[in-house]
Write a protein that binds this ligand. Structure first.
Ligand code: NAD
Length: 257
């Protein structure tokens, strides 16, 4: 699998799954644009270290995926976007009755609306070049639900629907759009949920991991960021040229239950 000469933009990629995906794309020869909302020396240093590790061009572009104009500017500033991975995401856990409106709005903006803005900005050039790949990092929560995650589940179901529409609007143009649906991956996002979940269920950390998180993951193993990166690379390969408008689960069997 080689993406030499292609440029990939991965939103929310200074950490976790986004960084894992960016690494695997760079390993396969793609030039990469890393992104998050921060603009720290360490963000740019991360780009530099990836570039020297894999011998590709890596830039870090700060843009806030909660803002539509920033999402569109990211794609414009990238110059070329052959592969778009919509990955940026946040989580907040609370019962619907107590769910803060600003958290609802932020999750819908970052986890769902950002993909609309980046995709809208990237598609015209992809269609023109006759090649493009859009991969949306959804979730097992794009296919099923859990209590206390109303905004997240709504956003992830939304992105699965948006994936299908994008696929229909690009079919036959050399462009595909698919959603990857991970189960639990031990990233900073998941680490951050552990204290709230401990509180909600009145459990200690190890019990939350075993009884709440991995309870629904029959493999009883976290998926890894490298496995997510490998899945994205497959969807970007020629072998996947006729795979479009669908979801691929990387969830240890969760959604087979
Ligand atoms: P993470 O917290 O490690 O990474 C999230 C990334 O998004 C970070 O780079 C962060 O800086 C970025 N981000 C957050 N807000 C942003 C904003 N406003 N603008 C730009 N970037 C922003 O989390 P992760 O677990 O790697 O999650 C990545 C994606 O994978 C998310 O969409 C998440 O919903 C999805 N996912 C994660 C899991 C899991 O178990 N970790 C499971 C299913 C789906």
């Amino acid at each position: 699998m080689s993406f030499v000469g292609k440029t990939a933009v991965v939103t929310g990629s200074n950490s976790g799954i986004g960084l894992g995906v960016a690494r695997e794309l760079a390993r396969a020869g793609a030039n990469v644009v890393l992104n998050s909302f921060t603009d720290r020396a360490e963000d740019h240093a991360l780009a530099k270290s990836l570039a020297s590790e894999f011998g590709v061009t890596v830039r870090y572009i700060a843009a806030d995926m909660s803002k539509g104009a920033d999402c569109r500017r990211l794609i414009a500033d990238a110059g070329t976007c052959d592969i778009l991975v919509n990955n940026a995401g946040i989580q907040f856990v609370a019962p619907i009755d107590d769910f803060p409106t600003e958290k609802w709005d932020a999750i819908i903006a970052i986890n769902l609306s950002s993909a609309f803005h980046t995709t809208a900005a990237a598609l015209p050039a992809m269609r023109k070049r006759g090649w493009g790949r859009v991969v949306n990092i959804a979730s097992a929560h794009g296919l099923t639900a859990s209590p206390f995650k109303s905004a997240y589940v709504a956003a992830k179901h939304g992105i699965v629907g948006f994936t299908k529409v994008t696929a229909l609007e690009t079919a036959g143009k050399g462009v595909t759009c698919n959603a990857v649906c991970p189960g639990y991956v031990l990233t900073p996002l998941v680490e951050a949920q552990i204290p709230d979940t401990m509180k909600e269920y009145g459990m200690d950390r190890e019990t939350v991991i075993r009884e709440v998180m991995l309870a629904r993951q029959p493999s009883k193993e976290f998926a890894t960021v490298e496995q997510l990166g490998g899945t994205v690379n497959f969807l970007c390969s020629d072998a996947a040229a006729q795979i479009t408008g669908t979801t691929i689960s990387v969830d240890g069997g969760w959604t087979a239950l």
